[in-house]
Design a binder for this molecule. Structure first.
Ligand SMILES: NC(=O)c1ccc[n+]([C@@H]2O[C@H](COP(=O)([O-])OP(=O)(O)OC[C@H]3O[C@@H](n4cnc5c(N)ncnc54)[C@H](O)[C@@H]3O)[C@@H](O)[C@H]2O)c1
Length: 427
């Protein structure tokens, strides 16, 4: 590429669209935001104002933007899960490279088709699997690849969703119902599956999974709970899933995500929540995604992985923890702790303190920034495309959907090769 700035366009100006635009603004000497689209005019107006998009490059929908000739080098696809396929295929055929929000699609065949069309059109599709780009996990991978831990035998990984995050996003919010978005294991944990495959560099051979929606459902509602959450509800005071979480933030003046998903303006929040889906009793929603799930994976070379996703966590672990066990040593890390602990058998522990990292304050531990920066490096020819290959992302999605199949079949073992074959044959 020449010295010209990389032009980018956005479809879907929600939470993720704005987060990526912010990362682009940190790279403004390299990137220019030239066009945007959303079906909500207020969002378009706010985005255009914040990032200087001219009126003639603002569109009322992704479809309208995609009717035009190619407007940019990269299209950021930040619409909802079920829309990704419909937006990605025409965009690739128009010649856009894609920064595609995960999940690629909740249908593994659609995910494979996006990868096929990307390869056919010779376009890059970088899926926003931010964990691969987080400095914390990059350090862990560096240690694993160095051979210091010997041969990696087991990994134990936890995804600690956090009780209020579960109530916000997966009970009241956009990802509450697998028919409207994706199963939890794909929506929330495709990051973890991607990270496990990327860290080990191995394929998954077979897996089994258990899990269910066991608590945040109507038969577990506290006695006398109202349909809408408010101080008037007898359960309000002692309910950890009440809207008090939002109101406490407002009290402290710490407005931002997730309150701004409910209502962009703090002054209007208390009125909006009274009729918003986010104001519903967390025990009386139309949610069906699981609140806990475990997956056991067998990777190549007998490497075993246990993965545990759980809503009932405090958030103290920063969302994710990992224990990597090798023949010469083990390693423990947590997203909420800047210290990575490495213990070489017979030699003792040493620690790597990453607390001085400048990027940890950025969203997703710096992952959101580096995924965009690496895309720039990729287009400038400074980076090998294997780091962000869409084929690898598709593999993690297949593993997630195989885990969902296993869970729905009561924990039956799913052999990945056989599962892939049955998908391809449409069985
Ligand atoms: N990488 C991550 O860590 C991460 C985190 C959260 C969400 N996500 C994914 O990002 C995507 C977006 O999530 P979000 O939280 O920003 O949701 P959101 O609801 O805040 O944003 C989606 C936006 O798309 C807009 N939209 C809908 N139809 C459209 C159309 N036809 N044309 C243009 N715009 C349209 C909506 O109006 C909305 O503004 C989802 O697929 C989600 O799963 C990824």
């Amino acid at each position: 590429m020449s010295n010209e700035k990389i032009k980018v366009a956005f479809i879907g100006l929600g939470n993720r669209g704005f987060a990526h635009a912010y990362s682009c603004s940190l790279l403004k000497d390299k990137i220019e935001i030239v066009a945007c689209a959303d079906i909500i005019p207020d969002k378009v107006e706010r985005f255009a104002k914040e990032y200087g998009v001219p009126a003639e490059m603002c569109f009322e929908s992704a479809e309208q933007l995609l009717e035009r000739e190619r407007l940019a080098d990269i299209l950021f696809v930040c619409t909802m899960d079920q829309q990704h396929y419909g937006h990605s295929i025409p965009a690739l055929r128009k010649g856009y490279h894609l920064m595609l929000e995960k999940p690629i699609s909740n249908d593994p065949l659609e995910s494979m088709e996006i990868a096929r069309v990307a390869n056919e059109c010779q376009r890059h599709v970088v899926v926003c699997h931010s964990l691969r780009y987080v400095p914390h996990y990059r350090k862990i991978k560096e240690i694993m690849d160095s051979g210091e831990l010997g041969e990696i035998m087991c990994i134990q990984a936890n995804e600690e969703v956090c009780y209020w995050h579960q109530a916000h996003s997966f009970v009241r919010g956009n990802w509450r119902n697998s028919k409207l978005s994706s199963p939890m294991i794909l929506q929330k944990c495709c990051h973890d599956m991607d990270m496990i495959l990327w860290l080990t560099g191995k394929h998954c051979v077979r897996l089994s999974s258990f899990g269910s929606l066991s608590h945040l459902k109507s038969d577990k509602a506290p006695e006398g709970a109202h349909d809408m959450c408010s101080e008037a509800c007898p359960a309000y005071k002692d309910c950890p899933y009440s809207i008090k979480y939002y109101l406490d933030h407002i009290e402290r003046g710490t407005y931002g995500w997730p309150m701004d998903v409910v209502e962009p303006e703090m002054d209007k929040f208390k009125e909006t929540i009274k009729t918003s889906p986010y104001g519903r009793c967390a025990y009386k929603c139309d949610n069906d995604v699981v609140d806990h799930q475990v997956v056991n994976l067998l990777l190549e070379d007998d490497l075993t992985v246990t993965f545990n996703m759980c809503a009932f966590t405090s958030g103290m672990g920063g969302g994710r923890g990992i224990h990597v066990m090798g023949t010469k040593g083990d390693l423990r890390g947590s997203m909420g702790d800047p210290i990575i602990r490495v213990n070489i058998f017979g030699k003792g522990e040493y620690q790597i303190d990453r607390s001085s990292s400048e990027t940890d304050d950025l969203s997703h531990g710096g992952g959101d920034f580096f995924v965009v920066k690496d895309f720039v490096d990729l287009l400038e020819g400074k980076l090998n495309s294997s780091v962000s290959s869409v084929d690898k992302s598709v593999e993690s999605h297949v593993v997630c959907m195989a885990a969902e199949k296993s869970r729905l079949e009561g924990g039956q073992v799913v052999v990945i090769d056989e599962y892939m074959k049955s998908l391809r044959e449409g069985k």
